[in-house]
Write a protein that binds this ligand. Structure first.
Ligand code: PXP
Length: 251
């Protein structure tokens, strides 16, 4: 039986490989189907302005062709609002986007972008899209997300995954405090970025977090062991860490 921690599999980098040759293989929609069969609860895809991985056509196919919810990651632009309003994914995660970055480098600055984001979030909510904002584990960002009216935050785990030594426990503590605070003030809390087999368990142990979104590591690992196997292994690590932390809480 599944516990209360969901796994969202990000299939962007299947499209990155496909795009390297410009054809149809490997197909991100097929990858999404395999991930769902292997235990993913949702599929995440980041439609970037420069379309470096998934395309709008992929989003159209994912919206109608998969049996689990789609979480569309988008920058807060008019173009992305139009696309989200056309395909109406189950969820949309608003992320910052810089053209020159390799991946989403930091969280969204909800404090600075508050008025613009408020309007953007409202438009997505009016389409019944479950909106999240991707933020750093900082109290002022969580407070701003709450007053935006976004029901969900996704905490950026990149700093924790990249940290070594004592910095890692500092970064983990920030995530633990932030997740607890977010749930206390009535937000749903997700987390993701940079997670792999070595880092997932400590994040999965944080009981306030109910969803992890993981992409790059899983797609990379699938070269060696196959996508289904990689997803199953990730699921098993998440489940065992969460079960252990549930038992510790009850004891
Ligand atoms: N969550 C968000 C909001 C992201 O932007 C990304 C990367 O697209 C991920 C999760 C997944 O990160 P990774 O590919 O490093 O697992």
């Amino acid at each position: 039986m599944k516990n209360n921690l969901r796994l969202g599999v990000n299939i962007d980098h299947v499209a990155t490989i496909r795009n390297a040759r410009g054809g149809n293989h490997p197909d991100p929609i097929y990858a999404a189907t395999l991930a769902a069969n292997a235990g993913a609860d949702s599929i995440t895809a980041h439609l970037r302005e420069d379309r470096r991985h998934v395309s709008e056509n992929d989003i159209a196919k994912l919206s109608s062709g998969i049996k689990i919810p789609l979480n569309l990651e988008i920058a807060a632009t008019e173009e992305m609002l139009k696309i989200a309003s056309t395909h109406v994914p189950y969820a949309a995660c608003i992320v910052p986007e810089k053209r020159e970055e390799r991946t989403t480098e930091g969280g969204l600055d909800v404090v600075r972008g508050y008025s613009y984001l408020k309007n953007f979030v409202n438009k997505l909510l009016s389409k019944n899209i479950h909106v999240s904002v991707f933020i750093e584990p900082e109290k002022e960002q969580i407070d701003a997300a709450k007053s935006l009216g976004a029901p969900v935050i996704e905490l950026h785990t990149g700093a924790y995954c990249n940290a070594i030594g004592s910095n890692q426990s500092q970064e983990l503590n920030k995530l633990i405090r932030s997740a607890k605070y977010a749930v206390e003030i009535g937000l749903e809390c997700h987390a993701g970025h940079g997670l792999g087999f070595n880092t997932v368990s400590s994040i999965a142990s944080i009981q306030e977090i109910c969803e992890l979104n993981i992409g790059h590591f899983l797609i990379g690992e699938s070269i060696f062991s196959g996508l289904e196997h990689a997803v199953q292994q990730m699921r098993a690590l998440m489940d065992s860490a969460r079960d252990k932390s549930n038992k510790e809480t009850r004891a």
